[in-house]
Write a protein that binds this ligand. Structure first.
Ligand code: HOZ
Length: 428
């Protein structure tokens, strides 16, 4: 496979952009190669600037649930363009999208549009703090909620200890307000609430973790959080940036039948355009300015193009709910084929899958949290990634990301993927 043009483009980009990329994982550093520069994408396929074609399982990290450049979405954007690119003033499409989200997601009474998942989670925790008058936020190790200071925190030295910054530039004073617990550990949760329940403003979680690779919640774990947050008057924030409108029409919330106080959304509600949102119980959401004392604002929030794309994508999903069962079957097929191929060639793997999100871990240990995810053989992953890429399969360039299926993946795509996987297992 010739990727010379991408290599040259990367060298050029590095002169003007830190590391040559605008988001670190795109640098392909974890897989020991240079990134591919994408020229265009359509349906299940992406095309790089060297003219290579790939079956895409990144899907812009999730939002291309209908496939790339879905006509109803691109047409909606095209017809919005001529009416102006940004108003910084209310427009009807904002209310339409907000209503759609409120209609679909059971615990969302009102919703505020922002521009990214990071902005949504950052605003949600500020709101939790403002609403409760408390400071401490609980998050789970391995969950990623964007790059705001309070959330770029990793676990401290022991279970139920305060975290330390996972990025330079985050003051330790911020870290001391974030408690990092192991995912799926009810005992740690119990003990944290027992010790400091009255100080906990909120708990934030990826209801299916996608940023340590896919890790599903153990049965009852999310319900346990709901129980404890209710008991102690803390705000339960479910981060559906990856899972929203994907794991069911009403996301993980609908799939698992759970209740939350605030839900955060990302790019999927804009059909891939830069957008995010946070919404939830009216009583809490009305603490946001201008009705309440918690400040949050933005000129691009509710941008007319993003709203047009989002309305088109969500309307399509509302009218085609059969997609969810079909995508479930696609996921089950890949999982089955991958497991059979690995077994045939004696390769230890664990596959975690929830619907259209899936991860292959090269380990003989079940992956239930960040510690077990880290047992995966990342050298093996690197080889697997590069060999799949050579066979035309574009996967996330990190062990700790999800594979995303979309509606546009065809039977032929899936068979080609399974065949490539079989070949790769043979030489791994
Ligand atoms: N870590 C982000 C996804 N989980 C990366 C997003 C991007 O590079 O676009």
């Amino acid at each position: 496979m010739n990727t010379n043009k991408s290599k040259t483009a990367f060298d050029e980009a590095k002169k003007y952009i830190p590391g040559g990329v605008n988001s670190p994982v795109r640098a392909f550093a974890n897989v020991g190669t240079h990134p591919l520069f994408i020229a265009k994408a359509k349906g299940s396929r992406v095309y790089d600037i060297d003219g290579n074609e790939f079956i895409d399982y990144v899907g812009s990290w999730g939002p291309m649930f209908l496939g790339h450049a879905k006509e109803c979405v691109t047409e909606a954007v095209k017809s919005a363009v001529d009416n102006g690119l940004s108003f910084g003033a209310p427009c009807l499409a904002e209310t339409e999208l907000a209503k759609r989200i409120c209609d679909i997601v059971p615990c969302v009474d009102v919703v505020r549009m922002v521009n990214s998942g990071t902005e949504a989670t950052m605003s949600a925790i500020r709101l939790a703090r403002g609403y409760t008058g408390r400071n401490i936020i609980v998050k789970f190790e391995g969950c990623y909620h964007g790059h705001s200071d309070s959330l770029l925190i990793k676990a401290g030295s022991g279970v139920a200890t305060f975290g330390s910054a996972s990025s330079a530039g985050v003051p330790e004073d911020f870290a001391k307000y974030t408690l990092v617990l192991p995912y799926n550990d009810e005992a740690a949760l119990d003990s944290a609430f027992e010790k400091m329940g009255s100080e906990i403003a909120g708990v934030i979680i990826e209801p299916v973790a996608g940023n340590m690779g896919v890790v599903p919640p153990r049965e009852g774990f999310l319900q346990k959080i709901r129980l404890l947050t209710e008991k102690h008057g803390s705000v339960f924030i479910i981060d559906e940036v990856m899972t929203g409108f994907r794991l069911s029409l009403s996301g993980a919330i609908g799939r698992f039948g759970i209740d939350a106080d605030i839900v955060t959304f990302g790019k999927i509600i804009g059909g891939g355009m830069p957008v995010g949102a946070y919404g939830g119980k009216r009583e809490i959401m009305e603490f946001v300015s201008p009705t309440g004392p918690v400040y949050q604002a933005g000129t691009l929030s509710g941008n007319p193009l993003a709203m047009a794309a989002g309305n088109a994508q969500l309307e399509y999903l509302q009218e085609h709910t059969d997609i969810y069962e079909e995508i479930e079957q696609k996921g089950a097929y890949l999982e089955r084929e991958f497991k059979a191929a690995a077994e045939k060639h004696g390769i230890d793997i664990r596959i975690n899958r929830v619907g259209s999100m899936m991860s292959v871990f090269f380990t003989d240990t079940d992956v239930v949290d960040f510690e077990t995810a880290c047992k995966s053989d990342t050298e093996r992953f690197k080889k697997y990634f590069n060999e799949m890429l050579r066979r035309g399969i574009y996967l996330a360039p990190s062990q700790f990301e999800s594979l995303f299926l979309c509606d546009a993946h065809t039977e032929e795509d899936l068979e080609k993927t399974a065949k490539a996987f079989g070949e790769v297992m043979e030489i791994l």
